[in-house]
Design a protein around this ligand. Structure first.
Ligand SMILES: [Zn+2]
Length: 275
Protein backbone atom coordinates (compact mmCIF):
# COMPACT_ATOMS: atom_id res chain seq x y z
CA UNK A 1 0.00 0.00 0.00
CA UNK A 2 1.34 3.42 -1.01
CA UNK A 3 0.87 6.34 1.36
CA UNK A 4 2.25 9.45 -0.35
CA UNK A 5 5.95 8.74 -0.77
CA UNK A 6 5.87 6.03 1.87
CA UNK A 7 5.16 2.34 1.52
CA UNK A 8 3.09 0.54 4.18
CA UNK A 9 3.08 -3.23 4.68
CA UNK A 10 0.84 -5.05 7.17
CA UNK A 11 2.85 -8.04 8.41
CA UNK A 12 1.34 -10.94 10.33
CA UNK A 13 2.96 -12.86 13.17
CA UNK A 14 0.31 -15.59 13.05
CA UNK A 15 -2.80 -15.64 15.22
CA UNK A 16 -3.77 -16.19 18.83
CA UNK A 17 -6.97 -16.44 20.82
CA UNK A 18 -8.30 -14.74 23.93
CA UNK A 19 -11.41 -15.20 26.02
CA UNK A 20 -14.26 -13.39 24.29
CA UNK A 21 -15.49 -11.89 27.56
CA UNK A 22 -12.07 -10.37 28.20
CA UNK A 23 -12.00 -8.97 24.66
CA UNK A 24 -15.35 -7.21 24.85
CA UNK A 25 -15.65 -5.98 28.43
CA UNK A 26 -19.22 -4.98 29.33
CA UNK A 27 -20.62 -6.11 25.97
CA UNK A 28 -22.62 -9.34 26.45
CA UNK A 29 -21.73 -12.49 24.53
CA UNK A 30 -25.15 -12.39 22.85
CA UNK A 31 -23.84 -9.36 20.92
CA UNK A 32 -20.12 -10.07 20.42
CA UNK A 33 -20.55 -13.69 19.34
CA UNK A 34 -22.32 -12.42 16.21
CA UNK A 35 -19.10 -10.55 15.29
CA UNK A 36 -16.49 -13.07 16.41
CA UNK A 37 -17.86 -16.57 17.11
CA UNK A 38 -15.97 -18.18 20.03
CA UNK A 39 -14.42 -21.64 20.07
CA UNK A 40 -15.43 -24.36 22.56
CA UNK A 41 -13.28 -22.68 25.25
CA UNK A 42 -15.02 -19.31 24.72
CA UNK A 43 -11.98 -17.89 22.90
CA UNK A 44 -12.07 -15.65 19.84
CA UNK A 45 -9.38 -15.83 17.16
CA UNK A 46 -7.31 -12.67 16.79
CA UNK A 47 -4.70 -11.37 14.38
CA UNK A 48 -1.19 -10.20 15.29
CA UNK A 49 -0.64 -7.38 12.83
CA UNK A 50 2.61 -5.43 12.75
CA UNK A 51 3.15 -2.48 10.43
CA UNK A 52 6.25 -1.80 8.37
CA UNK A 53 6.66 1.81 7.22
CA UNK A 54 9.25 2.36 4.48
CA UNK A 55 9.82 6.10 4.27
CA UNK A 56 12.60 5.90 1.68
CA UNK A 57 15.09 6.86 4.40
CA UNK A 58 14.02 4.63 7.28
CA UNK A 59 12.45 1.24 7.80
CA UNK A 60 10.16 1.66 10.79
CA UNK A 61 8.52 -1.40 12.33
CA UNK A 62 5.48 -0.81 14.54
CA UNK A 63 5.00 -3.73 16.99
CA UNK A 64 6.71 -7.10 16.83
CA UNK A 65 3.91 -9.61 17.39
CA UNK A 66 3.90 -12.41 19.94
CA UNK A 67 7.26 -13.98 19.07
CA UNK A 68 8.34 -17.60 19.51
CA UNK A 69 9.47 -17.77 23.14
CA UNK A 70 6.31 -19.01 24.88
CA UNK A 71 6.40 -22.50 26.41
CA UNK A 72 3.87 -25.13 25.30
CA UNK A 73 1.49 -24.37 28.20
CA UNK A 74 1.01 -20.77 27.06
CA UNK A 75 0.89 -21.67 23.38
CA UNK A 76 -2.13 -23.78 24.37
CA UNK A 77 -3.76 -21.20 26.69
CA UNK A 78 -3.38 -18.40 24.16
CA UNK A 79 -4.19 -20.59 21.16
CA UNK A 80 -1.07 -19.41 19.33
CA UNK A 81 -0.99 -20.58 15.71
CA UNK A 82 2.14 -19.76 13.77
CA UNK A 83 0.60 -19.68 10.30
CA UNK A 84 3.49 -17.31 9.58
CA UNK A 85 5.97 -15.26 11.62
CA UNK A 86 7.16 -11.68 11.53
CA UNK A 87 10.75 -12.59 10.47
CA UNK A 88 9.36 -14.73 7.63
CA UNK A 89 7.13 -11.87 6.51
CA UNK A 90 10.04 -9.42 6.63
CA UNK A 91 12.14 -11.80 4.54
CA UNK A 92 9.29 -12.07 2.01
CA UNK A 93 9.37 -8.26 1.79
CA UNK A 94 13.09 -8.51 1.01
CA UNK A 95 14.28 -7.25 4.39
CA UNK A 96 16.94 -8.62 6.72
CA UNK A 97 16.75 -8.12 10.48
CA UNK A 98 19.54 -5.54 10.29
CA UNK A 99 17.55 -3.49 7.79
CA UNK A 100 15.14 -2.31 10.48
CA UNK A 101 16.13 1.17 11.72
CA UNK A 102 13.40 1.81 14.26
CA UNK A 103 11.03 -0.39 16.27
CA UNK A 104 8.06 1.33 17.91
CA UNK A 105 6.14 -0.54 20.60
CA UNK A 106 2.76 1.01 21.40
CA UNK A 107 3.03 -0.75 24.77
CA UNK A 108 4.82 -3.83 26.09
CA UNK A 109 2.06 -6.44 26.47
CA UNK A 110 3.41 -9.81 25.32
CA UNK A 111 1.36 -9.75 22.10
CA UNK A 112 3.03 -6.50 20.97
CA UNK A 113 6.74 -6.98 21.67
CA UNK A 114 7.32 -10.73 21.17
CA UNK A 115 9.98 -10.33 18.49
CA UNK A 116 11.75 -7.42 20.18
CA UNK A 117 14.06 -10.24 21.22
CA UNK A 118 14.95 -13.72 19.99
CA UNK A 119 16.92 -16.77 21.10
CA UNK A 120 20.45 -17.14 19.78
CA UNK A 121 22.76 -19.89 21.05
CA UNK A 122 20.82 -20.24 24.28
CA UNK A 123 20.82 -16.50 24.99
CA UNK A 124 18.07 -13.96 24.38
CA UNK A 125 19.23 -11.02 22.30
CA UNK A 126 17.71 -8.04 20.48
CA UNK A 127 16.18 -9.31 17.23
CA UNK A 128 16.99 -6.16 15.26
CA UNK A 129 20.69 -5.42 15.85
CA UNK A 130 20.74 -1.92 14.34
CA UNK A 131 17.36 -0.67 15.48
CA UNK A 132 16.55 1.86 18.12
CA UNK A 133 13.52 0.66 20.05
CA UNK A 134 11.05 3.43 20.94
CA UNK A 135 8.76 2.98 23.94
CA UNK A 136 7.23 5.34 26.47
CA UNK A 137 9.30 5.46 29.66
CA UNK A 138 6.16 5.12 31.77
CA UNK A 139 5.18 1.92 29.94
CA UNK A 140 8.68 0.46 30.39
CA UNK A 141 8.68 1.20 34.11
CA UNK A 142 5.20 -0.25 34.51
CA UNK A 143 6.09 -3.37 32.50
CA UNK A 144 8.87 -4.11 35.01
CA UNK A 145 6.52 -3.48 37.97
CA UNK A 146 2.99 -4.43 36.90
CA UNK A 147 0.09 -4.78 39.31
CA UNK A 148 -1.50 -8.05 40.38
CA UNK A 149 -4.26 -7.28 37.90
CA UNK A 150 -2.06 -7.05 34.79
CA UNK A 151 1.06 -9.03 35.67
CA UNK A 152 0.04 -11.80 33.21
CA UNK A 153 0.25 -9.31 30.33
CA UNK A 154 4.01 -8.77 30.60
CA UNK A 155 6.92 -11.13 29.90
CA UNK A 156 10.19 -9.41 30.80
CA UNK A 157 12.39 -11.51 28.51
CA UNK A 158 10.38 -10.31 25.49
CA UNK A 159 11.68 -6.73 25.86
CA UNK A 160 14.34 -6.28 28.54
CA UNK A 161 17.29 -7.88 26.65
CA UNK A 162 16.96 -5.01 24.13
CA UNK A 163 17.26 -2.37 26.85
CA UNK A 164 20.59 -0.87 25.66
CA UNK A 165 18.99 -0.14 22.27
CA UNK A 166 15.88 1.37 23.81
CA UNK A 167 14.97 5.05 23.58
CA UNK A 168 12.64 6.05 26.39
CA UNK A 169 10.02 8.51 25.16
CA UNK A 170 8.30 11.10 27.31
CA UNK A 171 4.95 11.89 25.70
CA UNK A 172 4.06 12.76 22.10
CA UNK A 173 6.94 13.16 19.67
CA UNK A 174 8.17 12.68 16.14
CA UNK A 175 10.22 9.48 15.69
CA UNK A 176 11.40 10.05 12.11
CA UNK A 177 10.03 12.62 9.63
CA UNK A 178 6.42 11.64 8.88
CA UNK A 179 6.09 9.21 11.79
CA UNK A 180 5.00 10.39 15.24
CA UNK A 181 3.54 8.88 18.37
CA UNK A 182 0.59 10.16 20.41
CA UNK A 183 -0.02 8.96 23.96
CA UNK A 184 -3.63 7.84 24.49
CA UNK A 185 -4.07 6.43 28.00
CA UNK A 186 -6.72 3.84 28.76
CA UNK A 187 -5.57 0.34 27.85
CA UNK A 188 -2.44 1.19 29.84
CA UNK A 189 -1.40 4.52 31.38
CA UNK A 190 1.11 5.21 28.57
CA UNK A 191 -0.37 3.52 25.49
CA UNK A 192 0.78 5.30 22.33
CA UNK A 193 -0.64 5.12 18.83
CA UNK A 194 1.45 5.88 15.74
CA UNK A 195 0.53 8.49 13.13
CA UNK A 196 2.07 8.29 9.67
CA UNK A 197 1.78 11.11 7.14
CA UNK A 198 3.26 11.63 3.68
CA UNK A 199 2.16 14.09 0.99
CA UNK A 200 -1.03 14.86 2.93
CA UNK A 201 -2.03 11.18 3.16
CA UNK A 202 -2.50 9.75 6.63
CA UNK A 203 -2.46 6.42 8.43
CA UNK A 204 -2.80 5.56 12.10
CA UNK A 205 -1.69 2.39 13.88
CA UNK A 206 -4.37 2.64 16.53
CA UNK A 207 -3.08 -0.14 18.78
CA UNK A 208 -5.30 -1.50 21.56
CA UNK A 209 -7.41 1.66 21.72
CA UNK A 210 -9.35 -0.18 18.96
CA UNK A 211 -7.90 -3.71 18.71
CA UNK A 212 -10.28 -4.92 15.95
CA UNK A 213 -12.82 -3.19 13.71
CA UNK A 214 -15.48 -4.68 15.98
CA UNK A 215 -14.20 -2.35 18.73
CA UNK A 216 -15.03 0.81 16.76
CA UNK A 217 -18.38 1.35 18.61
CA UNK A 218 -17.52 3.54 21.58
CA UNK A 219 -18.56 1.24 24.48
CA UNK A 220 -16.93 -1.86 22.96
CA UNK A 221 -13.85 -1.72 25.21
CA UNK A 222 -11.70 -4.62 26.39
CA UNK A 223 -11.92 -5.84 30.00
CA UNK A 224 -8.10 -5.68 30.08
CA UNK A 225 -8.13 -1.87 30.02
CA UNK A 226 -6.78 -0.43 33.25
CA UNK A 227 -8.59 2.90 32.70
CA UNK A 228 -11.66 2.12 30.56
CA UNK A 229 -13.26 5.57 30.98
CA UNK A 230 -10.10 7.11 29.54
CA UNK A 231 -10.26 4.67 26.64
CA UNK A 232 -13.82 5.88 26.03
CA UNK A 233 -12.81 9.55 26.14
CA UNK A 234 -9.83 8.97 23.83
CA UNK A 235 -11.97 7.07 21.31
CA UNK A 236 -14.30 10.09 21.22
CA UNK A 237 -11.31 12.39 20.73
CA UNK A 238 -9.56 10.40 18.01
CA UNK A 239 -12.09 8.47 15.90
CA UNK A 240 -14.10 11.41 14.48
CA UNK A 241 -10.80 13.04 13.48
CA UNK A 242 -9.63 9.88 11.70
CA UNK A 243 -12.98 9.63 9.88
CA UNK A 244 -12.89 13.29 8.82
CA UNK A 245 -9.32 13.10 7.54
CA UNK A 246 -9.83 9.86 5.60
CA UNK A 247 -7.06 8.23 7.61
CA UNK A 248 -6.18 4.60 6.98
CA UNK A 249 -6.61 2.87 10.37
CA UNK A 250 -4.48 -0.20 11.18
CA UNK A 251 -5.92 -2.58 13.79
CA UNK A 252 -3.46 -4.77 15.75
CA UNK A 253 -5.77 -7.74 16.35
CA UNK A 254 -8.47 -7.86 13.69
CA UNK A 255 -8.52 -11.47 12.47
CA UNK A 256 -9.79 -10.56 8.98
CA UNK A 257 -8.99 -6.95 8.11
CA UNK A 258 -5.60 -5.44 8.95
CA UNK A 259 -6.67 -1.94 7.94
CA UNK A 260 -9.67 0.12 6.89
CA UNK A 261 -10.88 3.69 6.55
CA UNK A 262 -13.63 4.65 8.95
CA UNK A 263 -16.78 6.72 8.59
CA UNK A 264 -18.62 8.73 11.23
CA UNK A 265 -22.35 8.79 10.64
CA UNK A 266 -24.05 10.79 13.39
CA UNK A 267 -21.63 9.50 15.98
CA UNK A 268 -21.61 5.91 14.74
CA UNK A 269 -18.10 4.89 13.68
CA UNK A 270 -17.88 2.03 11.19
CA UNK A 271 -15.18 0.50 9.01
CA UNK A 272 -15.48 0.94 5.26
CA UNK A 273 -14.15 -1.69 2.89
CA UNK A 274 -11.11 -0.45 0.96
CA UNK A 275 -11.95 0.19 -2.67
ZN1 LIG B 1 -2.82 -6.32 22.23
Amino acid sequence: MKLGNFELLALSDGTFALDGGQMFGVVPRALWEMKLPPDDRNRVRLGLTCLLVRTGTHNVLVETGIGDKFAAKYIDIYGIEKTTTLPVELAKAGLKLEDIDVVINTHLHFDHCGWNTRRENGRIVATFPRARYCVQRGEWDHALHPTERDVASYVTEFFRPAEVQTEFLEGDQEIVPGVRVEVLPGHTRDLQCVHIESEGQRACFISDLVPTRHHLPYPWIMAFDLYPMETLANKHRLLPRLAEQGTLVIFPHDPDVPWARVSDENGRITAMPLS
